[in-house]
Design a protein around this ligand. Structure first.
Ligand code: SAM
Length: 432
């Protein structure tokens, strides 16, 4: 790595005290890598084709070896069984303390690591609204939503202030994983060291405070607001929290009881550095004063449900069925008015009506449970690789739309016709 900038080193000495020399020695070592398990798809790590070691930052978080190559091309990655994520980045969702049936906003969500964790904790209850202001990044977020099989979710691309004022007091928990100067990325991306400047740190702090002030609107009384960054800087972390609390007296600090990371001067916050076996993260937990009123979700099915779904499922997925521009969506119950909020997906795209015929979508199968599907084709190691390349395969199912599983996890679908499976794995996702 290039030499650390002097001003950065000085600040790290203030933050780490006598531990600074340990940090400095670690800057030339390899970066930690990890995965979080997606409980919507997998129950444990025994099925994974690589070794894992439990990490302390999240209950379903694991270290993986630095030498592990090509993980993104493994069938279980395509199946959404796990998400590749830097271990300390998993800490923020632990502080968020997701409970089933919560309505949760992930305000700066792309590419979607923390949203994947939140969805895994929600187990397809409640609602996960993931927002990413940068348009093309929100498409990556959507693709990860589909891979992870998230059905009770909304993906939007909206300015935080517009979104959070329109959804005033709607969410039980809001996560702000803010854009930052990335000091925790120095080992992973040595170019980040060259791009570092004090001015950038200070401008990031202004932007972070502004995003956090917007986010405050969306939290309901009695709700939780978690702020995180992948940087060490005092201004971008403790500084932002202190300024936010001074401007928002309806918020207070929560005591963080997690046993990981290093303490900060704020009882509500932890910092993780390579010394604590993570690349670098800061996370703080705040509480919006007031009584928390819990709501229950009412299940209702509305709209026209195409007959073809009865040929696919034993039990038709619940939700609100809405058709827009010949596309059928299954929306989560109780979602608020989404007009003007840059929503690019609410719930799942179930399929498309093409010339009076219904063609199901990849997302419909990815969010389904194999036991609820009438046709399931289990593929072995060789067959799944061929399937992910877009090839046809033999099928012992009856004619019709057929889910494809690998190690019991739905990885895609095809259409069985006279003993052959026509491949429906989306072209953009195929292994080349
Ligand atoms: N939470 C994500 C995850 O776990 O995969 C990582 C989020 S990243 C640290 C911060 C995100 O904030 C980026 O995707 C960036 O595009 C977005 N962003 C940039 N400027 C923003 C702004 N002014 N308001 C909100 N989000 C912004």
């Amino acid at each position: 790595m290039s030499k650390l900038p002097d001003e950065f080193s000085e600040e790290m000495k203030q933050i780490l005290g006598k531990d600074y020399t340990i940090y400095e020695q670690l800057t030339d070592k390899e970066a930690f890598r990890g995965i979080s398990l997606n409980r919507l798809k997998a129950d444990n790590t025994t099925i994974l084709p690589f070794d894992t070691e439990k990490c302390p930052f999240y209950r379903d978080g694991y270290y993986i070896s630095c030498d592990e190559k090509g993980i993104g091309n493994t069938p279980l990655h395509h199946a959404g069984a796990f998400y590749v994520q830097e271990p300390s980045a998993m800490s923020a969702v632990t502080l968020l303390d997701v409970q089933k049936n919560d309505k949760i906003l992930d305000l700066c969500a792309a590419p979607g690591g923390k949203s994947a964790q939140i969805a895994s904790c929600l187990r397809n209850t409640g609602l996960l609204w993931s927002n990413e202001v940068v348009k093309n990044r929100s498409q990556i977020l959507l693709s990860n939503f589909e891979r992870m099989g998230i059905s009770k979710g909304v993906v939007s691309s909206c300015y935080p202030d517009i979104l959070c004022r329109k959804l005033e007091g709607f969410f039980d928990r809001v996560l702000v994983d803010a854009p930052c100067s990335g000091e925790g990325m120095f080992r992973k991306n040595p170019d980040a060291v060259k791009e570092w400047s004090r001015e950038h740190v200070l401008s990031c702090a202004e932007r972070q405070l502004s995003i956090l002030n917007s986010a405050a609107h969306a939290v309901k009384s009695g709700g939780t607001l978690v702020y995180s960054t992948c940087t060490f800087s005092y201004e971008e972390n403790e500084g932002v929290i202190k300024r936010f609390l001074a401007e928002n007296p309806d918020f207070e600090m929560c005591d963080v009881s997690e046993h990981f990371g290093r303490k900060t001067e704020l009882p509500c916050a932890v910092r993780i550095t390579p010394i604590e076996k993570g690349e670098g993260h800061f996370a703080a937990k705040l509480h919006k004063k007031g009584e928390s009123i819990s709501e229950t979700f009412h299940k209702n099915i509305k709209g026209d449900i195409p007959k073809e779904l009865e040929d696919i499922f034993f039990e038709i997925p619940k939700g609100n069925y809405i058709t827009m521009n010949d596309r059928l969506y299954i929306m989560p119950e109780n979602i608020p008015d989404i007009k003007g909020l840059g929503v690019i997906r609410a719930g799942i795209l179930a399929g498309e009506f093409i010339k009076n015929r219904f063609e199901p979508s990849h997302a419909l199968f990815m969010s389904a449970k194999a036991e609820n599907l009438k046709r399931v084709l289990s593929l072995d190691d060789k067959q799944i690789k061929e399937f992910l390349h877009g090839m046809e395969t033999d099928s012992n199912c009856s004619n019709g739309y057929t889910a494809v599983t690998y190690q019991g996890i739905i990885t895609g679908f095809g259409k069985t016709s006279n003993g052959r499976l026509k491949n429906k794995y989306p072209k953009g996702l195929r292994i080349k």
